[in-house]
Design a protein around this ligand. Sequence first.
Ligand SMILES: NC(=O)c1ccc[n+]([C@@H]2O[C@H](COP(=O)([O-])OP(=O)(O)OC[C@H]3O[C@@H](n4cnc5c(N)ncnc54)[C@H](OP(=O)(O)O)[C@@H]3O)[C@@H](O)[C@H]2O)c1
Length: 293
Amino acid sequence: MRKPSECVVLVTGASSGIGRACAVELSRRGHTVYGTTRRQPLAIQAEVGRDLDPSHRLQFLQVDVTDCHAVQDAVDHVLSETGRIDALINCAGFGSAGAVEDTSDADLRALLDTNLVGTLRCCRAVLPRMRLQHSGTIINISSIAGRMGIPFQGGYSASKYALEGLSEALRMEVHPFGVKVVLIEPGDFRTEFTERRQITSLAKANETYAAQMRKTLSVMEAEELGGATPEPVARLVGRILDTNSPRVRYVVGPFSERIAAGLKRVLPSKWFERILMMYYRIGGNESGRENKT
Ligand SMILES: NC(=O)c1ccc[n+]([C@@H]2O[C@H](COP(=O)([O-])OP(=O)(O)OC[C@H]3O[C@@H](n4cnc5c(N)ncnc54)[C@H](OP(=O)(O)O)[C@@H]3O)[C@@H](O)[C@H]2O)c1
C-alpha cells in the first residue's frame, strides 16, 4: 500500500542541473519519479541511475515541452502505470543573453514557448487528474530573474516574470480542488544552464551593445560557474512535498542573492537599479565610449 510520504512525481528537464538533482533526491526519498528529457531517455536513465540504488524508482520519458502531444503522452504513460500523479516539478527551461533591442520576435517566442508555455502545457496535462484526486503539488522553477529585470537577460527575465504571474493566478484557482502551486526562485547554481545559454540572433550581428554585454555576462557566468551544485534546490523541493501548506514562493541560492531579492521588495526602485547596475558593471555612458574606440 502507498505510504502517504510516497508520491508519484513528474520532473521535467530532469537530464541535467536542477531537474536532475530533483529526480535523484526525490527517488532517494522513496518517491516514484518520472523524469523527462528531449535526449535519448534510456541513455540518460543509465547515466543518472548511477547515482541511485536499484531499489529507487526513476524512469525517463522523452518529452519536448514545446510539443503538447508529447507532454500529454508522458502524463498518460505515468497514469497508466501508477493511476495517479501527486507532483509536477517544472524544471525544463533555458537562458538567453542579448540586449532587449537585439531580441527578435523569434528569440522571445522560443524562450516563452519553453519557459512559460511549456510549463503551462505540463500543468494543463496533470491538473484534471490532480483535481479528481483532490490533491497534488505543482512546483514551478522560476528564478531570481523573475523578481528583477536582469540586464542583457531581458527576454529570460520576461519569461520568468510571466511564469510568476501565471503561477500566482493558478494557485488561487486550484486551491478549492486541493491542489497546491509553489514557485521556487533559484539564484545562481552550477548547471548546464550557462553553456546552453543562447545568444539572441540580433546580438550576434550588432556591435552596439557587444562590449557591455561581454562585461555583464562575465559577471553572471562567474557567479553561475562558481556557484554551488543544485542539490539545495532539490532538497527544498523534497521539503515542500512534505509540507501541508507551502508558501507561495521560496528563494534559494547564495546569501547575497537572497538579500538582493529582499532589497528589491523594500528599496525605492531607482536605488535598487543603481545597485544592480554597479553589480553588473554598467556605468554611465561608458559602453557607448567603448564602442566608439
Ligand atoms: N542554474 C541556474 O543558476 C538557474 C537559476 C535560476 C533558475 N534556473 C532555472 O532552472 C531550470 C533548470 O535549469 P538548469 O540550471 O538546471 O539548466 P540545465 O542544466 O541546462 O537543465 C535544463 C533542463 O531543461 C531541459 N529542457 C530545455 N529545453 C527543453 C524543452 N524544450 N523541452 C523539454 N526539456 C527541455 C533540458 O533537457 P534536455 O536538453 O535533455 O531535453 C535540461 O534537462 C530552468 O527553468 C532555469 O531557468 C536556473
